[in-house]
Design a protein around this ligand. Structure first.
Ligand code: GUN
Length: 280
C-alpha cells in the first residue's frame, strides 16, 4: 500500500504558516485579482476557492466576474486597469476563456511582474532557461509535495503524461532541473503503457478519467495525478486508476486532496513573492 502525498495537509501548513506570517509583515497586504469570464461550472468553483484561501491568508482580493459575451477588447481593458493598479500584486485570468476570445493574446498582456500564474512567455521562458521567477502553480505545487515528502529525484526516470503550457511542459522542465531524466508523453505517443511502466516518477495531466491503468505503475514508483474529472455519478476521479495503482506505487496523490490544494497554495506563494518584490 503506497504512502499518500497529502496536498490538503501540506497546503494548509504552507498557507497558515509562511504565507500568512510573511504577508502580515508587509506594510501593504498582498493584493490578488481574479478574473472570471463566463459561466463554466468548474471554473466558478476554482475561482471561489482561490478567493476564499486569499482571504484566509490575509490578502486583499477581488473577483471580477464578466459575462460570457464580454468582448476581447473589454477584457483587455480590465487587465490594463489591473496592470496599472498599484494595490494589485497578482493577476489571474481563469482558463478556459470563451471561444471568441484569443486566450494567448489576452494572457500576453498581463504585466509579467504580476503574472502569478506563470503563463506569460517571459516567465515561461525564464523557467525554460532554469532561472525561474513565477512558476505555474500546479507544477510548482507538485515539486513542493515531493520536496516535503523528502523524495529524492536525482537520476530518476520521470514520465510526464501531457504537454500543456499549464502543467505538462513546465512540469517536465522542473523535473529535469531536479536532475530527473524526463520523457514527455502525449496523444501521439506510441506504447504509453511501456513508457509508464519504466517511470520511477509519473506525473499525469491529461484530463481523462482513469486513463492510466493501475497495473502499469512500476512497483515503488512516485505517482502524481493532476487530473480532476467528474464522473456521471457526480464523483471525482483522477487520470490514474487510483484503486489499481495504490498497491503498486510507493507514493501516490489522492484525488481530490492531492495536487489541487497545492495549486492554490502556490498561487498564494507567488502572490506573496510578487508583493514582497513590489514593496522592496
Ligand atoms: N485553469 C485550469 N488551471 C488553471 C490555472 O492554474 N490557472 C488559471 N488561470 N486557469 C486555470
Amino acid at each position: 500500500m503506497a504512502n499518500l502525498l497529502n496536498g490538503r495537509v501540506l497546503a494548509k501548513k504552507l498557507n497558515q504558516g509562511t504565507v500568512k506570517v510573511e504577508a502580515a509583515k508587509l506594510a501593504r497586504k498582498p493584493g490578488l485579482a481574479v478574473v472570471l469570464v463566463g459561466e463554466d461550472a468548474a471554473s466558478k468553483v476554482y475561482v471561489g476557492r482561490k478567493t476564499l484561501v486569499a482571504s484566509r491568508v490575509g490578502f486583499e482580493h477581488q473577483q471580477i466576474t464578466l459575462p460570457v459575451e464580454t468582448s476581447q477588447a473589454e477584457l483587455l481593458s480590465v487587465i490594463a486597469g489591473l496592470n496599472a493598479d498599484d494595490a494589485v500584486d497578482g493577476i489571474l485570468v481563469q482558463l478556459p476563456l470563451p471561444k471568441h476570445i484569443d486566450g494567448t493574446f489576452v494572457l500576453d498582456t498581463i504585466a509579467p511582474e504580476k503574472d502569478v500564474d506563470g503563463f506569460h512567455p517571459v516567465n515561461a521562458g525564464l523557467l525554460a532557461q532554469g532561472r525561474p521567477r513565477f512558476v505555474a502553480c500546479t507544477p510548482k505545487g507538485v515539486m513542493e509535495l515531493l520536496r516535503d515528502a523528502d523524495l529524492s529525484l536525482s537520476g530518476k526516470s520521470a514520465v510526464v503524461v501531457g504537454r500543456s503550457n499549464i502543467v505538462g511542459r513546465p512540469m517536465a522542465q522542473l523535473l529535469e532541473q531536479a536532475n530527473c531524466t524526463v520523457t514527455v508523453c502525449h496523444s501521439r505517443t506510441t506504447d504509453l503503457e511501456a513508457r509508464v511502466r519504466a517511470a520511477d516518477v509519473l506525473v499525469v495531466a491529461i484530463g481523462r478519467p482513469k486513463a492510466i491503468v493501475g497495473d502499469w505503475v512500476k512497483p515503488g514508483a512516485i505517482v502524481v495525478d493532476v487530473g480532476i474529472n467528474r464522473l456521471d455519478d457526480g464523483s471525482l476521479c483522477g487520470d490514474v486508476d487510483f484503486e489499481g495503482a495504490v498497491d503498486k506505487a510507493g507514493w501516490i496523490t489522492p484525488v481530490p486532496g492531492g495536487v489541487g490544494p497545492m495549486t492554490i497554495a502556490m498561487l498564494m506563494a507567488n502572490t506573496l513573492a510578487s508583493a514582497q518584490a513590489r514593496q522592496a
